[in-house]
Structures are given as C-alpha cells and as structure tokens.
Design a binder for this molecule. Structure first.
Ligand code: ADP
Ligand code: UDP
Length: 236
C-alpha cells in the first residue's frame, strides 16, 4: 500500500491517500489539543500510544460484530483504514457525569447515569461543537433516519464491549465520543477510540487516566494513557 498525498490534517491526526481509492492511511501525531484547539502542545509518545491503543480497541469491537474502518497497523504511528465519507456528528455516551454535561446541567462530577445517556454534537470547531439533536441531524441532512438509528445502536453496543474490557482491569469508563462514516453506503465506526476521546478513572481511587490530565494540567498525561494500555495488555 503506497502512501500518497496528505488529504487533510486534523488537530491530532493526518490522513493520507493511498494507491487504493477505498483506503487511507491515518497518522497519529504527538499533537495534543483541548478547548477546540485553543491549547495545543506536543506530548512525546502520544501518537504511538494512541495508535496502538486504538488498534487494540477496534479489534475488540470487530470481534463483537461492530463494523469499523480498521484494517491493520502499518507502523508505530500509522494505521490503514477504509476511506469513509464521515458524518459530521460526534456521538457521546455518558455512564458517569463529567465535563460539559456537568457545566450545562449543574450536576456534580461523578454522578452515575442509569441508564447511560447519549448526546450528539456537531463536529465544527468554529462553532465549538454545538450540541444538536436527532431532528437537527435529519433536517440538515447530516444523516438519514436509518443512519441515526444505526449510529445509536452501534454506540450503545460499543458501550457493553468497552465497559467489560475496562471493568476487568479496574477502570471506570465515564464517557466517550465516537464518529461514524459511510463506506459504500454501509455505516461503520471511523476515527479513533483512545484516552484522547474518552474519560477513564481508576475504579478504586478515581484517578483520571485520560485527556482530562491535559485539560486540567494534572501532569503525567501520557503516563496515564500508558497505564491504561498496560493494564489492558496493549503492546506499545
Ligand atoms: P479533528 O478533525 O477533530 O481535528 P483529527 O486530528 O483526529 O480530528 O483528524 C482526523 C480526521 O480524519 C477527522 O476529520 C476525522 O473525521 C477523519 N477521519 C477519521 N476516520 C476517517 C476515515 N476512515 N476516512 C476518512 N476520514 C476519516
Ligand atoms: N470528546 C471528544 N472530542 C470532542 C468533544 C468531546 O473526544 O470534540 C470526548 C471527551 O474526551 C469526553 C466526551 O467526548 O470523553 C464528552 O466530552 P464533553 O462533552 O464532556 O466535552 P469536554 O468538556 O470534554 O470538552
């Protein structure tokens, strides 16, 4: 598979064309951003850790019958994926209250959400990823009725896979964000699942092991990611 020109570069990853129109190469960079790109730094090893972490998780999801774009790792920081037509909607599941939910609804961090809740956000940094609902998604044509149903179903099915995986290694999955896309009209999971896009707390101490370490200047950001990876048995 030949790596051709860069198609686009996001805040944390770059996407390259290949000689196969159905596949792209995603490169995980060390760039780490928060607050819609307001705070950006380079954190050594992040690209590699997230690439390996994501590959491990995508394989677990595939094994559970959840379709993903993942094909295979190409290097420490590169992965071959199916080229998707991305749906500009972030699907967020919350098992425990944290982050923007707490600010928006005045809820204290740590409240268990039973059942877990789901929120949609429009992927648009300039507008600070505003919260949207299913009607917006349909009215503005970001996805069809059927696609929305599928995204919700896959997002909640992934929650079962994730919760079991993390519970087995003493970690609470607080919340996470997924992005979906179309591959020849089939909806599948795209982008990534890594500690950049979820919240993970040690089940006993509630120590944060995810990107909140960066957002809140807690230090040892990548050490937190590596601790989760090591507990899961991800080869880094
Ligand atoms: P952001 O866009 O949030 O700054 P990234 O730095 O992670 O994010 O950039 C990755 C970009 O690649 C995102 O725009 C994402 O939607 C897109 N993307 C993820 N998976 C695929 C895929 N399989 N095919 C095409 N584009 C993808
Ligand atoms: N998230 C993400 N990308 C975004 C926004 C949120 O990966 O652009 C993740 C975030 O890491 C967390 C979950 O989605 O795990 C919920 O985020 P929240 O709405 O609380 O926003 P935050 O306060 O983290 O910006």
């Amino acid at each position: 598979m030949q790596k051709l020109t860069e198609l686009y570069s996001g805040k944390a990853k770059s996407v390259y064309a290949t000689d196969d129109p159905d596949h792209v190469i995603m490169q995980f960079r060390d760039d780490t951003s928060a607050f819609d790109g307001l705070k950006i730094v380079q954190l050594a090893r992040k690209g590699r850790v997230n690439n390996k972490f994501n590959a491990f998780i995508m394989e677990k999801l595939s094994a559970a019958g959840i379709p993903t774009h993942f094909e295979r790792l190409l290097s420490d920081t590169e992965v071959l994926v199916k080229k998707l037509q991305m749906i500009p909607v972030e699907c967020v599941v919350r098992n425990i209250a944290a982050g923007s939910l707490c600010k928006r609804l005045g809820i204290s961090e740590g409240q268990e959400l039973t059942p877990p809740t789901l929120e949609f956000f429009l992927k648009n940094d300039a507008l600070h990823d505003p919260m949207i609902n299913e009607y917006h998604i349909r009215s503005f044509g970001w996805a069809t009725d059927n696609e929305v149903t599928l995204m919700k179903d896959l997002t909640f099915r992934a929650n079962h896979v994730f919760k079991t995986l993390f519970a087995n290694v003493g970690i609470l999955l607080v919340d996470y964000k997924l992005e979906f896309g179309r591959f020849h009209d089939t909806i599948m999971l795209g982008d990534e699942f890594s500690p950049d896009g979820c919240r993970l707390w040690d089940a006993t101490t509630r120590k944060k092991l995810d990107k909140d370490r960066f957002r809140q200047d807690l230090g040892d950001v990548i050490e937190g990611y590596e601790e989760v990876a090591q507990r899961l048995g991800v080869t880094l």
